[in-house]
Design a protein around this ligand. Structure first.
Ligand SMILES: Cc1cc2nc3c(=O)[nH]c(=O)nc-3n(C[C@H](O)[C@H](O)[C@H](O)COP(=O)(O)O)c2cc1C
Length: 317
């Protein structure tokens, strides 16, 4: 079985991926948040900063992701990325945000299988890398997803990841496993399951329903509980070991940001984002998160962190 860390904009950036691998492990491949190929003019500068080979810990398996509905732009970006040494590039046709979907990108393109075919006709002409696709069930319904899979089956893809929600659902409701199964059964490419794996029990349920699927992508669940991947693989850390690792992880993230961000407010804001997911098992009542959200000075922030990591608290399973 292989576990992938899902791309999460703003969170699973290079620093996070590297420290995640160092402190928690359990993840086989890290998918980086999407780069929008519409930003052609910026293509030589800051756009690639999160995936430059030198920002990755040596040996970490990272897959860059592109958001695009323009084959020429995609090819330009993909060739640049491939030349950096990346073996796989992932095409995002799942992003549900209206700003993206109204331009027929992300899950917005799922209602247009003809556009997907045209795109892949061009992109797959001279592939020099492994192309994988991350999608949802459809923009509005499963019928769209079925047509998309028919198109994807005609191209030499190296894998398809499906998040079992429609784009319209955004992150509401639950994953639709019956709909996922329809797409999985009709897809001829290697399948990765994605969506709502928050606990080892969730993983076990999905695994027993789809015993032939070998690849699972963990998103929010792995940010909320960074030990999830290693626990799925049989990890045996105690809660007090987890508590202490979380403190070291926090300190490493904090000291990195402190070295590159100037100004208390900016640094506090960055750490607030970090805590959005990370607080759940350390602060189940939300009492510390509330205090963190109010911090505007580093002095105040560190005081709350010292309270949170006081030995009288702990990691709550
Ligand atoms: C804040 C946020 C940002 C995301 N950014 C991306 C992204 O850049 N690319 C992508 O393919 N999916 C992105 N996703 C979707 C996740 O990769 C994943 O498919 C989704 O969260 C479902 O998996 P989960 O239930 O395990 O979280 C994002 C999700 C969230 C919540």
């Amino acid at each position: 079985m292989k576990l992938f860390l899902a791309p999460i904009q703003g969170m699973t950036i290079a620093l996070y991926r590297n420290l995640y691998a160092e402190y928690f492990g359990g993840i086989d491949t890290y998918y980086s948040p999407f780069i929008d190929t519409n930003n052609m003019r910026k293509s030589n500068s800051s756009l690639f900063k999160d995936i430059l080979p030198q920002v990755n810990t040596k040996g970490l398996d990272v897959v860059p992701q592109l958001l695009s509905n323009n084959a020429d732009n995609f090819k330009f970006f993909a060739n640049t990325i491939s030349a950096m040494g990346y073996k796989e590039i992932n095409w995002n046709i799942g992003c549900p945000y209206p700003m993206v979907t109204k331009k027929k990108k992300g899950s917005g393109i799922l209602a247009h299988p003809d556009m997907i075919r045209e795109f892949l006709d061009e992109v797959c002409k001279d592939l020099t890398y492994d192309l994988t696709v991350k999608m949802r069930l459809g923009m509005d319904d499963l019928e769209e997803g079925i047509k998309v899979i028919e198109v994807l089956n005609d191209y030499p893809l190296c894998g398809v990841m499906i998040h079992g929600r429609t784009g319209r659902q955004m992150y509401t409701g639950t994953v639709d496993l019956d709909a996922f199964e329809v797409l999985y059964k009709s897809c001829q490419h290697e399948m990765t399951y994605n969506g709502d794996i928050f606990t080892v029990d969730d993983y076990n349920k999905i695994n027993s329903r789809f015993p032939d699927i070998d690849n699972f992508m963990l998103g929010r669940g792995a940010l909320i509980d960074p030990f999830l991947a290693s626990d799925i693989k049989g990890g045996t850390l105690t809660t007090s070991q987890k508590f202490s690792i979380m403190k070291d992880f926090h300190d490493a993230v904090y000291s990195h940001y402190k070295s590159i961000i100037s100004g208390d407010k900016h640094l506090c804001d960055r750490m607030k984002e970090f805590w959005m997911y990370t607080s759940v098992h350390l602060d189940p009542t939300g009492k510390f998160l509330k205090k963190i959200k109010k911090c505007t000075t580093i002095h105040a922030y560190l005081e709350v962190i010292n309270q949170l990591f006081h030995p009288s608290n702990g990691w709550m399973e």
